[in-house]
Design a protein around this ligand. Sequence first.
Ligand code: PEP
Ligand code: MN
Length: 375
Amino acid sequence: MIVILERDCSLKNKAGVVRFIERQGGRPLVTEIGDETHIGLVGADALALAADLAGMPGVAEIRAVALPYPQVSREHHPEPSTIRIGDLRIGGDEVVVMAGPCSVESKDQLSIVGAAVADAGARMLRGGAFKPRSSPYSFQGLGEEGLVLLAQAREETGLPVITEVVAPEDVGLVGRYADMLQIGARNMQNFRLLSEVGAQPRPVLLKRGISSTVEELLLAAEYVVAAGNPRVVLCERGIRTFETATRYTLDVSAVPVLKQRTHLPVIVDPSHAAGDRSLVGHLALSAVAAGADGIIVEVHNDPDSALSDGKQSLTPEGFSSMMDQLRRVAEAVDRYVSPPNEVVNGPDTHHSLGRSHAFSLADPLARTNPGSGPE
Ligand code: PEP
Ligand code: MN
């Protein structure tokens, strides 16, 4: 339920409404929308309070919200949210690209990949230190040592780092090193973990569960926000369908659907959806065209020797080619992707360089020619 105050409601009356809701055991969520004040009501029997609230001074209207995720819904917060990380804004005009290896493996690996993705225009560095693996015998990540390497790579590259946290008891540890905490697909409904990341200040990237609906993703986000942390970004990363030609099936339609239903930024992970590096660029372009606020992509300096997800990892060259294409698609939808770092021949060179070196994503044989397609 949302209480809408009169436009000229005095501060005293506003405070009266807030106090009344709190006294009845509810939590008032105050949002200023234009020159209107909306007070969302969660955690109390809203219907029982409606009649009393309707008669209070300063109250213009009571609106019922049927959605079970009031705090992340667009109804409560019609304007899109942007999440700030240093000078980076997720959810604005920039399509934010996060890139890096699936797993942090060594100092050298992270330095090489970190420098390469930073040069190509990535704005955040990804890398898993705690890995949720299907098999208990697979590489589980370097743990805290991996977090230390990520923090060093942040110093080297200037990029904020994002890494996954898999257990509630690790949230404090991971938060000491990382700029953003990732909740992986397998943990989307680990409600204790969601509440734990909701009770700390770092922004959270919440990935959609492998078999989760859009509504379940939004409810999971509501857990984080309800625990006190509004800095949540959602991630579509492919869902399990009957199709086996790709690792998962990228649900591109989830991007506009989510953006209709929530004010939170939405990004896409084309790497885990595709499972094969020859497809990653195609999915990334579709994500940007569909309105994604960013993408998170796996890149490895030697994918064939990667300790996890090598098959779907782009080479640095493939990543850089993909970025050139992403810039053009972003421009077509009135957004932009950060330019590459190295300036070759003056400020306009990148654009034309990108075009003249553009590979054909439409060419299904791109994978057989390393120079012509995303690796
Ligand atoms: C990852 O980002 O490496 C990962 C494990 O992702 P997901 O949780 O989407 O499978
Ligand atoms: Mn991975």
